[in-house]
Ligand binder design. Structure first.
Ligand SMILES: Cc1cc2nc3c(=O)[nH]c(=O)nc-3n(C[C@H](O)[C@H](O)[C@H](O)COP(=O)(O)OP(=O)(O)OC[C@H]3O[C@@H](n4cnc5c(N)ncnc54)[C@H](O)[C@@H]3O)c2cc1C
Length: 413
């Protein structure tokens, strides 16, 4: 066990399995990083908050991810909606990356515990002239947005990253990338939230939500542990956020996918920065324990709940083959464990965060690279819920209502 795992204590079972209260000001749905962070920031400001989680805390995406801070621009995520619109979106995301980085810098102190945060730097590599040009375009946008990156090629790249294959012809380097330990972040947020007065109830599944137009509390949320009235609801149900939003008639622009991760046996230290690929599915890093974590978006088959998505030979072989082709020294390193997690993707690559105008009081906090961004987004959403007049609003493209409004428009025409 790492120091961080030793240091993290979980919310005691006698708290999380106590009866559900009959009412609350804010009900948070989901006990991953987004939900526990929301509960923490709201409770810390004195808001009455109850979080419900249908399983145990941190068992889904937030506890199964690779823990990387993805701060370089995901320029390959072009929506095809027009170069200028894409560029504006990417510039906005770059600024968000800097804010997310700032939150992570102070999060260990804020939560008074080790989160295993390491700022290692990160490479994004290219193997073809086309990929290298994409990296150069990305670099220009990052300069405009204030993200520090550099394009490194030739002898300089060989000198600084001798572990990269000869097939890598160039790379961008971002010094602020790194990673933290996903096994401890949400549990620590949850523990601190409870210390500030939040109630956390696990094994409590939201089954339906009534919107009360006449009564005092706006929502009656029906769970398998009984009903709870709430003034406000925050949907932090990750890959299942679309199902919970549909309970109040909203359609979120999301889809979910199972992803595959591998971890190898330990080897002498080789790799300090994280390595990503601009054109192939790869994220690779060496941990403090000297194991290598290999991911990058390789898919897993689906499985109906409560089964977990299985891992697949195809993805284990495919992802490790890319890793070996980029870092040849991994060729004889054995994979010792694989696992899967379910991620949420938004159709337009923007997060879904804020309050619905169509269903006032219903909020969401959902992001695809949510390990990196959820602490920031949850903190900002909590600020908006606490003092709407002074908090800075989210961009319109993050709106919860964008898909519902789009569908209504299509139905009318
Ligand atoms: C394999 C993998 C690798 C990843 N790697 C990275 C990475 O390196 N860096 C990065 O930034 N991001 C990464 N991500 C994405 C990141 O993990 C997620 O974006 C983030 O964890 C989402 O957090 P969340 O709290 O929104 O969702 P989750 O952690 O999925 O939490 C949602 C919770 O809601 C609960 N829930 C759902 N429905 C209900 C209901 N009806 N009632 C009660 N509870 C309900 C679920 O049980 C779950 O616990 C990765 C994801 C995966 C799957």
């Amino acid at each position: 066990m790492t120091d961080a795992l030793d240091a993290a204590r979980w919310v005691p079972a006698e708290h999380s399995r106590a009866p559900l209260p009959s009412s609350t000001d804010v009900l948070v749905i989901g006990g991953g990083i987004a939900g526990t962070a929301m509960a923490y920031y709201l409770a810390k400001s004195g808001v009455e908050v109850t979080l419900v989680e249908r399983g145990e805390l941190n068992r889904e995406a937030s506890g199964t991810n690779s823990g990387s801070f993805h701060l370089q621009l995901a320029i390959h995520q072009l929506s095809g909606q027009g170069a200028e619109a894409d560029r504006e979106r990417l510039l906005g995301e770059a600024r968000l990356s800097l804010e997310a980085y700032a939150v992570w810098q102070e999060l260990g102190d804020e939560l008074d515990g080790s989160l295993d945060v390491h700022q290692t730097g990160g490479w994004m590599v290219a193997e073809t002239p086309g990929e290298l040009q994409t990296l150069r375009d990305k670099y220009e946008l990052e300069q405009r947005a204030g993200i520090e990156t550099e394009v490194v090629t030739g002898a300089e790249l060989r000198r600084r990253a001798p572990y990269l294959s000869e097939t890598v012809i160039g790379a961008t380097y971002c010094p602020i990338e790194g990673h933290a330990n996903p096994l401890v972040v949400a549990p620590l947020y949850a523990l601190r939230a409870v210390e500030h007065g939040a109630l956390i109830r696990t094994r409590t599944e939201v089954l339906s939500i009534e919107v009360n137009r006449a009564k005092g509390r706006r929502f009656t949320v029906h769970t398998d542990a009984g009903p709870i009235d709430a003034n406000r609801v925050v949907d932090c149900a990750g890959a299942w956020c679309g199902e919970t939003a549909a309970m109040v008639g909203l359609r979120l622009p999301v889809r979910s996918e199972g992803l595959h991760v591998n971890v190898t046996e330990p080897r002498p230290h080789l790799l300090t920065p994280m390595v990503q690929h601009i054109g192939r599915r790869l994220t690779l890093k060496q941990t403090e324990q000297n194991t290598f974590i290999i991911g990058g978006g390789w898919p897993t088959p689906e499985a109906p709940r409560p089964r977990r998505y299985p891992t697949s030979w195809h993805s284990a072989a495919g992802s490790t083959a890319v890793a070996v082709s980029v870092v040849p020294a991994l060729a004889d390193v054995r994979v010792v464990r694989t696992w899967s997690g379910v991620i949420v993707f938004t159709d337009d690559f923007s997060p879904v965060v804020g309050e619905s105008a169509l269903v006032p009081g219903f909020h969401a906090c959902v992001a695809s690279t949510g390990f990196t961004f959820s602490p920031l987004l949850a903190r900002r959403l909590a600020e908006q819920m606490i003092s709407p007049a002074s908090a800075s609003p989210f961009p319109e493209r993050y709106s919860l209502d964008r898909a519902t409004v789009g569908t209504l428009r299509m139905e009318k025409s």
